[in-house]
Design a protein around this ligand. Sequence first.
Ligand code: ARG
Length: 603
Amino acid sequence: PSMAAADAPAQNGQSSGVRQRSVKAELAVLFQEALHKAFPGLDVQAEVTQTNQPKFGDYQCNNAMGLFSKLKGKEGAPKNPRTVAEAIVANLPSSPAIAEKPSLAGPGFINVRLGLPWLSKRIVHMLQHGAGCWAPVTPYKRAVVDFSSPNVAKQMHVGHLRSTIIGYTIAATLEFCNIDVLRINHTGDWGTQFGMLIQHIAETREGGLGSDALDEDVVELEVLYKASKGHFDEDPEFKLRAQQAVKKLQGGDPEFLAAWERICAASRRAFDSVYERLGVKITERGESFYNPLLPGLVQEMVDLGIAEESDGAKVIWVEGIKAPFMIQKRDGGYGYDTTDLAAIRHRLQDERGDWLIYVVDSGQGQHFEQVFGAARKAGILPQDKKQGPRVEFVGFGLVMGEDGKRIKTRSGASVKLVELLDEARERCRVTIKERRGDDISEEELEASACAMGYGAVKYSDLKNHRTTNYRFSFDDMLDLRGNTAVYMLYAHARIASIIRKVGKDPASLFHTAELRLEHPAEVTLAMHIARFPEAVELVLDELAPNRLTEYVYDLAEKFSGFYTECKVAGSEYEDSRLLLCEATAVIMRQTFKLLGITPLDRL
Ligand code: ARG
């Protein structure tokens, strides 16, 4: 019964009447009206924020100080910011959202307390219609999120893991906000290195161009790739043959193309197994996809007069950046830069994206500045950065080992993703088995260990601000008491068990029961539940998933505060408190969903 109807998407909350603005936005509407009335003809936006001192109020309006400075020196200007604040309060329309007359604090902050019956109604509304009714409304229709994007014939490394995890949450959050999301895996599947690799395999392995080595596991392919590079650097004759091979591959020679496809398929199997474990669905559209578009694009850039010759290559100079953006190499070939210019155009013009996001390690920040700058020069993006589609580079930092250095295995090789995931899962399997003993089937154990282990890896990544370098530690991420997925999953299972024990179906309770907010711990919890949309809004503004982990951690803490103070089963407020438990669980599951964590009902 804990999986109530409230988990169902409420038609994505879009149908009017069902959707609700955030509490903050609701108050902003009221204050906007007050501002218009108190200071007609002044064009100011209401500024409402959560208070950080719940003693004085739940939300505050911060407009008085700014307005005072704006009016200073003019005729009939107010005496001080407090007079401005008083005028705003005097014009505030009455609303059940606000409990009592707002109080003033400091130079002119206006503190408001929420009306509790109003707050309670909002939560019941959410239980009836699902968390989707609280999804923020944005002006965007279609987003293209480029994430994960590993390279063919190489293993995915921890950087790709970060991109995959962060990209997943960003894409899911946008989708939750009713934006149509295209997830693109911009794999490195094209370039001169593949001609070299194929030639090397053809010469050194049995079967030539039809060699079984082409289907090797990505680990083996990476070894072959490195060997081919050595071969290329040391043997000038091989170098010539490899260059021939590149031409053949790019010219569409069927034998070479077939060999290349087998290499791609082998790599794809490895990537897909990681995606399957992490629950990631993404459209593969690698660099090769844009290859046919490149010659025409370069010609256009030349015709527009944007591309310049430099050392025999064609480059675009982007203001403020010393390095050239190279759209055609000296030998006539195209590279990473050209492909990204073609890709941005394709995403804007063919895919009609109005929000483009690139989740790539911070080291590539300058590359994307060049891509965006070149696109502006070429008229693919409007000159004015404030206009047109929203285009963002979402960089992230490094993952460090326990020793604080870049994460490496003992042999110095980069850490294999699958091994990290395996270890997290195995450690969880042991803990769960210890707790449950024989009281768990092998199947449930496996499912729980995966949910907890993979959830822990994701959560420990997402909880850091994406731009910081973080230390990877199994002990920390599996800590039962810390800010971890494990703690969160236990918190959720506990709520599920409370609901189970009462034995009433919360999904039907909200038709009959009233949600009464009386005990301070109930109010604190309810308030935090209602702030979920504000956490989502922060993620949209900053593309920072740690806003969600912070939110859900606080939610668990506030629930725990409530549960310590307020008896649920058998209390005279049983039904009301059960609703509060259910609302907590629904919002918690919604947050888990955005974080890519599978909730468990029992642990
Ligand atoms: N394959 C690249 C790498 O591993 C990342 C690609 C990111 N996306 C892009 N559109 N350039 O570094």
